[in-house]
Design a protein around this ligand. Sequence first.
Ligand SMILES: [Zn+2]
Length: 590
Amino acid sequence: MSDFAQTVKQQADIVKVIEGYIRLRKAGAQNYTGLCPFHKEKSPSFSVHAVRQFYHCFGCGVSGDVFSFVGKIENVGFPEAVRIVAQKCGIPLPKREFSSPEEAAGARQRAKLLELHEAAAAWFQEQLRGPEGSVAREYLAGRGLTAEGIKTFRVGYSPDSFNALRERLSGMADQETLRLSGLFSSKEQGDGSMGPLYDRFRKRVMFPIANESGRVIAFTARTLETGDKAGPKYINSPETPLYSKGQVLFNLDKAKTAIRQVEFALLVEGQMDCISVYLRGIQNVIATSGTAFTEQQVALLRRHTSQVVANFDPDAAGANAAAKTVALLTEEGFTIKIVTLDDGLDPDRYIRERGVKAYTAALRGARSQADFLIERARQMFPGQSAEQKVKALNYLLPHIRRMPQKLSRDQFAADAAQKLGIDSAVLRDELRQAALRRQDHVEVRTSSLSEVERVLLRALAISDPADEEARRAASEAIERQPERFQHLRAFPAMQALARRQANDPMDVIEDEGQRALLAETLLAEVKPPTDSEVLSAIQEIKERGIENRLRDLRVLLAEADRRGDVAELAVLWQQKMELDRALQQMRQRR
Ligand SMILES: [Zn+2]
């Protein structure tokens, strides 16, 4: 680890950094716990050791330091993780170091693309304030957006020009990078090459899309044209190295704090709905942009909450995406409720016309996902014929099977039978089977180490010079007679720790399984062991070693006896007597 990484690690608080991604609760003098972001779970098995500055998941076994956490969750390499942590802690970065030229190039490109988006966002904002922006300002005023709101969401305007933005940005990057940014289009030429770049967004209201850290990575653009010239009402940035539609939740950067506070996320479809609701004080709101949720989006959201209230548009396309989203969230163990607003209104209009109070009341009246799905099944397959009922049932069965909890499946099945008016025994049985079929996920926690092993590991992990004696006793015993400890499950970790210089104990163990053993042990620790505890643990391990050896000898003796091998018997007897004596002496000394 470089000096810089070392410095960052010393200054960073792993609890604070991890809390930026997931909710943590204090779970002891030194520990925090939360839901693991690296595997699916409903009860927290992810722990953070505040003093020793590492994390460990009892469920999936991952462990490591602040850099390993950030690396995993942001899906970046070590140097990038160091930079991210440094930035979070306000530590100025030295000149960049990368592990490979590709990585350096990729990071440079990302940084450049972020710069271009930042510049574009600022420029669009400027255009909205300028004379050309008046038509956009009128539109936004009509949608009830105040100057304050426009500023908060950095809403802008792209003028009716093919080259205004290009001219503005062309000094910042080369053609290739400009092309990659997605801010420009070009037409394929007769010879197959790409033609010159021109502004992709023209005469549109520009809504920046930010990543979770609040950096602009893309735009949604709403047309202000009407009639034939208008083109699609909304266009989005294409997929770029910065932006992938399925991996972003609109407004999560602003909403995440509120989501954690109120412990649920309000999910709406349109960005305009999201902005409108947010600006009226309901800040835990995020938007999907009209498409069904992806697994990456679920993973993003799970770091902040596992409860969702969804308020989708009532139109058919909306309902389809909504049903898919509901299904996915259900399957992923979320608790989800669905709001349908009166008179088919979308959240934006509803909140503008009827006020925040009415909207909040509507949210409180949200229906459970089962009610929503059953209602939808009835709409899709209306009528009382047996054929329609079977279709409705076939629509519901997969949803029922997806629910992780048996209790909710039972309830869902019973509700569906009742509301669809299913009285056929066969269909009822089908429902019951669907409710039974799924095995509830069980989290198993095992601590597989014996008490003496734990004492040794803890001693070997001591960093405080005040307890140095205990550490030395353990490491010398292992270095001097490794064969006595070899049979222990945590032996590789012990050996690595015994040889460590001044390093952080979690750093010196490369094997993930071995590191997990140490992490589990340290998370359960209140204070380090004393030297006398260490000595008696070593003693006990030695005694058990002798006992094991004696057990082997008894088998060998019986074998030799059966064969009538007198010479062998004599040798074995000699060994047995020596071991018996050693054991006796050990026990007397205690
Ligand atoms: Zn885990």
